[in-house]
Design a protein around this ligand. Sequence first.
Ligand SMILES: Cc1cc2nc3c(=O)[nH]c(=O)nc-3n(C[C@H](O)[C@H](O)[C@H](O)COP(=O)(O)OP(=O)(O)OC[C@H]3O[C@@H](n4cnc5c(N)ncnc54)[C@H](O)[C@@H]3O)c2cc1C
Length: 580
Amino acid sequence: MDSSNNELLNCNRRDFLKVAGIGAAALTLPGLIRNASAASVSNMNQEIVETDVLIIGGGVAGTFAALKAKKEGVDVTLADKGTVGKSGMSPWFGAYSVFEESSSVTRESYIETVSKAGEYLVYRDYLDMFMDDSNDRYQELVSWGAVEADKLGHGPKFREQVQKNGIRLIERTMITELLEKDGKVVGAVGFPMEEDKAIVIKAKAVVLCSGSGAFKPSGFPISPLTHDGDTMAYRVGAEISGKEFVDFHWTHWENPADVWGNWGRMWGEGLHYSTFRPGGNSGPPPVGQSLQAHSGEVPLFMGRGGGGGKKSGGSPKGGQPKGGSKGSPPGGKGKRSAGPGGKGPRIPPGTRSLDLPVVGGSTAGAGPHKCEGIFPKDARCSSNVPGLFAAGDALCTAGASYSGGVGSSSSGSAVQGGRAGMYAAEYAKKMKSAQISNVKIAEAKKRIFEPRSRSKGYSPQWVTQVMQGIMIPYYVTYVKKQDRLEAALANIEFLRDHFAPNLMAVDTHDLRRAQETKNMILNAEMKLRASLFRTESRGAHYREDFPEKDDKNWLAWVLISQDGDRMKLTKKPVPNEWRS
Ligand SMILES: Cc1cc2nc3c(=O)[nH]c(=O)nc-3n(C[C@H](O)[C@H](O)[C@H](O)COP(=O)(O)OP(=O)(O)OC[C@H]3O[C@@H](n4cnc5c(N)ncnc54)[C@H](O)[C@@H]3O)c2cc1C
């Protein structure tokens, strides 16, 4: 190591930023940092909690899971990385859709429409569940006052219900690992934000309601979501799916954080539903034409969003949005901004919205709602690992695109959460508490706190920035091709092998970042491998080198599982009766 690096090692990160005088931008410089007071793992406290059903995540799925499990008469604990109702995506939804059968919309026609929109990878049992329960969950939200609540007001109503119903609440605690014994999930381990302490939760059943994830993009307000659930589940042998499908909330070169102003385009052009091949389901242009740089045009102007595009494309018939307007900002008032700053877009009159220099990615790293996550083993929200259940954005049910349309994600999470809580409680009633050895707990603690015990290592923020640089370019994540995917994978493997094992955390907040960074790297690998594996284009997965849909070979889910040190990918054919 040369002397300049040694100098860097002798000051802590904040000193270094002061010297550099350029704030966060300094993090793009080499990420070696030094911590003067590394924590000793062996001295760390631990707290042990015993429960019947542990719910991880307190969004709308976790809230309903906890309430329905409790109703079954078991002891329930809900753990959340943030505050229930304020963390994750749930505080933000404005529209909630329910299924209402009518003469024009039957159960059959609803299944047909949604399955087609999901390019026949929809896990259909969950459509039945949605049609059966969505209205009941909506009525409960109404009875809590959650629907009338102004702006972000519905979130706190979730917390109120959890507290009222005697559910043990562990907040501001990141769960990092599931505990496994004899092939079954028997609890989880994590740490609180404020203290160097392990929280060990022994449970007969665990329900992952930990939402989805992204790569901490600067658009959607979803930075706490880093696919922690998928990562934990993968490490105990669960099958993960849908990683090749990409969320298409658009943004702009000039103003990437302008989330609200760009929704009109997404819905209006139907991009969310269909393939990006010419003549896909509803015939949108291929994605390359939507991304001007890719189509070979030099962008002639770079205006703000908020201009073109119809205001909504609507959801498939039968999912009736309630409680807000389609794709609207929280509060459901349907307001649309022209972007921060209040000035109108510099867009020539008559310009079609798709002529704008759209770049994918205000949700970079996310899949469309409910298209990725733990793959269900059955219609009871179970995973392939006994004792582990999942619901909401953590469960992969929607197929190759956001097939249920506007409002189906919040309601889908509510419905699946309620069912998962009930099924997990039924399972827990049949199980005895597992004995977990102190050795196992000590090993888990060591893994959690390793970044705190290091006296030198890489800053999690710096590694995250490096990963963003590899994954966020539209020509990697959105317009895919074998050579570029392989190049990105080689880089991500380097991060996995050299940076992830050497992350360093100066406090518990930094420890959370370190754990999140590791999870995002694993997810980046899953996304690249799944994208390479699926040699066709379907739904929200577009391969420039395989631009056509290939039903003969690819009416199948890609399942990812851990095989020793290897990531294993397999094809699971869609059952014949779900193929049209
Ligand atoms: C800006 C925005 C607008 C939206 N508008 C709509 C809309 O109008 N209609 C609609 O249907 N959908 C909408 N959605 C999507 C919808 O909000 C989500 O699909 C839904 O809320 C997901 O609910 P969930 O409970 O499954 O997950 P989330 O609400 O994301 O909850 C996940 C929870 O898990 C916790 N968690 C994560 N990791 C850990 C960990 N390691 N340890 C402990 N806890 C953890 C998080 O803190 C969080 O509380 C919108 C989303 C956003 C971001």
